[in-house]
Structure formats: C-alpha cells, structure tokens
Design a protein around this ligand. Structure first.
Ligand SMILES: [Zn+2]
Length: 281
C-alpha cells in the first residue's frame, strides 16, 4: 500500500520528462495512437512471473520498452521480490546505475530511458508468517536464508533504504491523528526537489539520484569531519565504493527535506542507518 502511494507524493513531470514518458508508453502500446500526455509519475508493478523482455524490454520484430522503461521517472514496484527470476532481478542493475536499458538482438539494438524509483517488498520468510511473535511460521532458518538469498548482494547494494515493517496491531489501526496526507508530504518533496535542481542546474542535473560519484566527491565534497563514519565504514569493508556514493546521495536528500544547505554528520549517520537496517535485523 505504501509503494502504491509513492507516486502520489512525487511532483508532476516537467515538459521534457512528460514527453519522454509518453513516448515510451506510446512505443510500448503499439497501435494505440490515443495516449494522452503523461503529466504524473507512472506506477508499474509487473507480476513475479515477469520474463526478461517483460521487465527490461524486447520482442521479436520491434524492440518494445519493458516495465522498467514504462516506470521511467516513476515507481517500479516488485511485490514478493524474492519470487522473481533472479536473472530478471539482476537485469535491473544496469538501469539502476545508468538510468537506461540497452537491448541487444541479432537484428539490432535499442536504448530506452529507465530512471525509476525501485521498491522491493518481501515477506519476512517464505510462508509469510514470521512477523510479530511469528508463532505460526514453519520455515527453518535455512529456508529463510535461501529465500532472501535470491536477492543478490549486488542488487541490494543498489537499494538505498531498507527497513522492516512491523505487523499493524489493532490498537494502531484507525489511529488517524498523527498521520500526514500525501498532499502535505508532497509539498515537502516539491520543496526538496526545488533545492536539488537549483543546486545541480550548473551540472545539467535535476535530482540527487543522478549526481555522478566524481561530483559527490569533487565539487560537492563534504568536510572530513562530516563523512568520518562513512570513511571508516569503507575502510573496514562494511560499505562498498558504490554504497559510499549512494549514502552521500541519500544524505543530500535528507538535508534537502530538512531545508539545510548541506548534509551534516547526523544526515550521513541517518542515511547509513537506513541503508543497513535489514543487515542489522
Ligand atoms: Zn515462515
């Protein structure tokens, strides 16, 4: 449910992105010339039986864009992620790095934009009953390890926020008083996006997610006192070089959401903690 709400807090697509996203959907739905201009970020949730062409694109005559490209500038949601074919899951590594997919076939190749926010959901175990006290769960530790083992390390290394969702208790259910509406959160996101695009416009970029590592560690370099915990984690091998850059990008976003000019050590610590919550659990 949270994943489905995510596009609701994202800003409208600008003219360029709206054209790009509409063009992709027009190509994906061949024969339909009535597609309206897409102004809102798309939500794509392919089934766990999705094939490689269904996910990243392909086809025998025309190379059509897949779910990853249809989710361009939107959200790609994989429910029960460990159930997907590992080859399909690993095919997402390329677009997660470069923001595009390249499909090669004997008769030619095609490159489609695919810069999406990936959301993976998984049960706490194969039977799905291990949350809370987990008394009804019949899975063995080996079964659980095998289940999560289907999500490869290199894929999870590209997932910036990992957390466990607790079972909703009857007492929590229906307690509306502390909840924020999507409109309230959406206004914060718009403001954070505005700060990012102003800061990054001289690099020709709009969001923190697109900033290359060399810029993060170059023009946007933070003082050593701020990044100490990251440097130590890298040295000890707790964090990969890719993970280091990804924590920095998340820390910049946390600073933008907090209306700060740059991340402090607390933003870095929070970003690192959000990334490692699953590992610790
Ligand atoms: Zn179980």
């Amino acid at each position: 449910m949270m994943a489905e709400r995510l596009p609701g807090i994202l800003p409208d697509l600008d003219d360029h992105d709206a054209m790009e996203v509409t063009a992709i959907h027009s190509l994906a739905a061949v024969g339909d010339a009535t597609i309206a201009l897409k102004r809102r970020p798309c939500f794509e949730s392919p089934h766990h039986s999705a094939t490689l062409p269904a996910m990243i694109g392909g086809g025998s005559a025309l190379l059509r864009p897949g779910a990853a490209s249809r989710a361009h500038r939107g959200v790609l949601f994989l429910d029960e992620a460990p159930e997907y074919d590992p080859r399909v899951l690993n095919s997402l590594r390329q677009p997660l790095e470069s923001g595009k997919v390249v499909i090669d076939r004997a008769f030619g190749s095609a490159a489609y934009p695919a810069r999406f926010q990936l959301v993976l959901a998984a049960n706490p175990c194969p039977c799905g009953k291990a949350s809370g006290k987990g008394l009804d769960c019949t899975c063995t530790p080996v079964m659980r390890r095998r289940y999560f083992g289907r999500l490869s390390g290199p894929l999870l290394d590209r997932v910036d926020i990992q957390f466990q969702v607790e079972r909703v208790s009857l007492a929590d259910f229906g307690q509306d008083s502390t909840r924020e509406s999507s409109a309230t959160v959406g206004a914060r996101v718009i403001e954070a996006r505005r700060r990012q695009s102003e800061r990054l416009s001289h690099l020709g970029l709009a969001t923190n997610a697109e900033v290359p590592g060399r810029s993060l560690r170059g023009k946007l370099r933070l003082p050593p006192a701020t990044t100490r915990i990251l440097d130590t984690s890298l040295e000890r091998g707790i964090l990969t070089a890719r993970g280091y850059d990804r924590v920095l990008r998340l820390a910049w976003t946390l600073a933008d959401l907090g209306r700060e000019d740059r991340p402090g050590a607390d933003h870095i610590g929070l970003a690192l903690g959000l990334r490692q919550a699953m590992v610790a659990a």
